[in-house]
Design a protein around this ligand. Structure first.
Ligand code: 13P
Length: 252
């Protein structure tokens, strides 16, 4: 039997003012209520504190920051530390999103440090991986994604690894309207789970939630989420509309 959590995670990216964010979160909570699905809202940092009270009463809701600095504290103007994020009740931190890899040059070495500090401060990393179109066309996508996962995560102990959520987001499917087919998602998710099994064993592999991201919407969520190794989604555009996101939450 599947023991891992089903997760619908939204990534708001750099969208919504303070007022708009609170409104959207309230609508999502009201439209969903308590459910077996873990709902994670990946919000810009300005919203995190307010989310604590909006989501606080509903135990299946969690908050995520979208990034975090890899050092404890200090002279890093404009950055936020893990301790600061934790201090406003943040539950998870999205790390290694393809936009951060692309525009902010985040590499495996840096991401491994970020994963460590997020875990140290008692939050769950949502670790993103995924290939660009040229790699998919060359057919080396499993190799590349396996390397992304190994290089940033496989230094963790088994106990630490169990706190990590993985999000497979093929870069060619992000914000493009092109979704990986359910079979393409399943193949990659299975490859990731096999890799985890090889390193950490059967139980950890079975406990690790692996989310799919890339143009998830109400029309395709159910089919994607029904794949045996797909445990939910990391949703960008459709997470900004309360109606669409609540439909996605209900698609399990
Ligand atoms: P879209 O759902 O807008 O394609 O974005 C996916 C994503 O990047 C989530 O992190």
């Amino acid at each position: 039997m599947k023991k891992r959590r089903n997760i619908a995670a939204g990534n708001w990216k750099m969208n919504l003012t303070y007022k708009e964010g609170r409104l959207l979160a309230r609508k999502i909570v009201d439209g969903t209520g308590r459910s077996d699905v873990t709902v994670i809202l990946g919000v810009p940092a300005i919203h995190l504190k307010a989310m604590e009270s909006i989501l606080g009463g509903v135990s299946n809701f969690k908050t995520a920051a979208q990034n975090c600095h890899h050092e404890e504290k200090g002279a890093y103007t404009g950055e936020l530390s893990a301790a600061q994020l934790k201090s406003v009740g943040t539950d998870c931190v999205i790390l290694g999103h393809s936009e951060r890899r692309e525009y902010f040059n985040e590499d495996a070495e840096l991401l491994a440090k970020k994963v460590d500090i997020v875990l140290k401060h008692g939050m769950e990393p949502i670790f993103c991986c995924g290939e660009k179109l040229d790699i998919r066309e060359k057919g080396t996508h499993v190799e590349l994604v396996s390397k992304q996962v190994k290089d940033a995560l496989f230094h963790l102990t088994d106990e630490q690894f169990r706190k990590v959520v993985i999000a497979y987001e093929p870069v060619w499917a992000i914000g493009t309207g092109k979704t990986a087919s359910p079979a393409q998602a399943q193949d990659m998710h299975k490859a990731i789970r096999d890799l985890i099994r090889e390193k950490y064993g059967e139980e950890t592999a079975n406990l690790t939630s692996i989310l799919y991201g890339g143009s998830v919407k109400p029309a395709n969520a159910e089919e994607i989420f029904s794949q045996p190794d797909v445990d939910g989604g990391l949703v960008g555009g459709a997470s900004l509309k309360a109606g669409d996101f609540t439909k996605i939450i209900k698609a399990f």
